[in-house]
Design a protein around this ligand. Sequence first.
Ligand SMILES: Nc1ncnc2c1ncn2[C@@H]1O[C@H](COP(=O)(O)OP(=O)(O)OP(=O)(O)O)[C@@H](O)[C@H]1O
Ligand SMILES: [Mg+2]
Length: 398
Amino acid sequence: MEEFPLKETPFQPGHPVNPENFKGRMDIIQNIIRYMPNVISGNAQHFFITGKRGMGKTSLANYVKQLVQKKFKMVGVHVTNDSLQDIESLISHVIEQLLNEIESETWSKKIFRKFKDNIKSVGAFGANIELKENKEEFIKSVKNNFPQFLSEMVKDFEDKKGIFIIIDDINGLTKSPDFATWYKSFSDTLDVNFGGESPVAIMLSGYPDKLQALYNHNPSFNRIFRSYNLGPLTRAEVSSFFEDTFEKVSIKTEKEALDKMINFSTGIPTMMQEIGEGVFWEDSDNIIDENDALKGIFEAGMQIGKKFIRPEIDSSIYSPKYRSILLKMGEHAIISFKKSNFEKYLNDEEKKVFPDFLKKAKQLKILEQERARSGEYKFPNMLYPVYLAILSIKNDKL
Ligand SMILES: Nc1ncnc2c1ncn2[C@@H]1O[C@H](COP(=O)(O)OP(=O)(O)OP(=O)(O)O)[C@@H](O)[C@H]1O
Ligand SMILES: [Mg+2]
């Protein structure tokens, strides 16, 4: 029978990272955490995390949740749902999550008694608590009195000192002004009517343009929040991520290999996890050398392509006609360019289709223009240029 290698990967591409493997972002975390004493003494605080896709919003939220649970004895509620389109379903998710979160606490019985008319199942071992189907009236009243609802609820929390609610992926709620308006009034009422008795922290997360959209709906929206944008991790943070994560499974990394993995990660957590994973499975002797690294990086590029890029670069732009232009962008490690400067890399054939290529790429949001008709283009997400760079080295190095 064939031998199967039985080893367990310590990497987590596609999943929020375990708090033990979480790297960097300490300035943001400290900045958030320093307001927890205010929260605990009853003054609500609001945070907004922005970041492009895969930059680590959910991972950060999860890390902060664990931290406030452990260090500040707060109840943490994490609602993740990109498809939330209205405030009612948001409220209903928050309540369900909250009830499930406190279910094992001895004092939760008091709270469940208050909810008994509105929930389906209580206390059945390991049961998932859900609200009843015909809950519209109840949700509507919570929506209209959310500050009161929260401040009443925490009074029953006995040994817990407050509540930390994370609403991850606010993206779907930003289209209409409803959410921004509702939130503004929620936050004002918390301060004005429940100041000193609302140990409540709320953290929202979304793409950077979504915060802007909410601001456009209601210019006061931004003033409520302390907002933080997740940029790339530093070289040192990426380096320590690779070293520490490989060390957990007793694997050493040679310097050249480590440098390659860091370079191709370009500080993007998603890329870093995919590269770690790719390299981990290439290694067979518990020492990562340059060759393992390059093969793993290539594999990571393919995964990123499959998961994030190919679905967007639809066949029209990945067609043979344009493929060589994309590869040239990878070869020259282009992140942003001026049309007239980049044309020098193109042959006559490519030059002819270049304007069409740019138009398509813009439509598909693979490239963006800072100012319309400026002739300057850039990739909106670093995953694109990294993927193209990996594709272009494939033939040279492997
Ligand atoms: N600080 C970190 N340290 C290590 N790995 C991280 C870190 N942040 C994120 N990751 C990893 O990066 C990937 C993307 O993370 P995550 O899902 O948290 O991003 P996101 O911004 O919430 O993405 P999306 O926009 O798709 O919701 C995951 O594989 C995760 O494990
Ligand atoms: Mg997320």
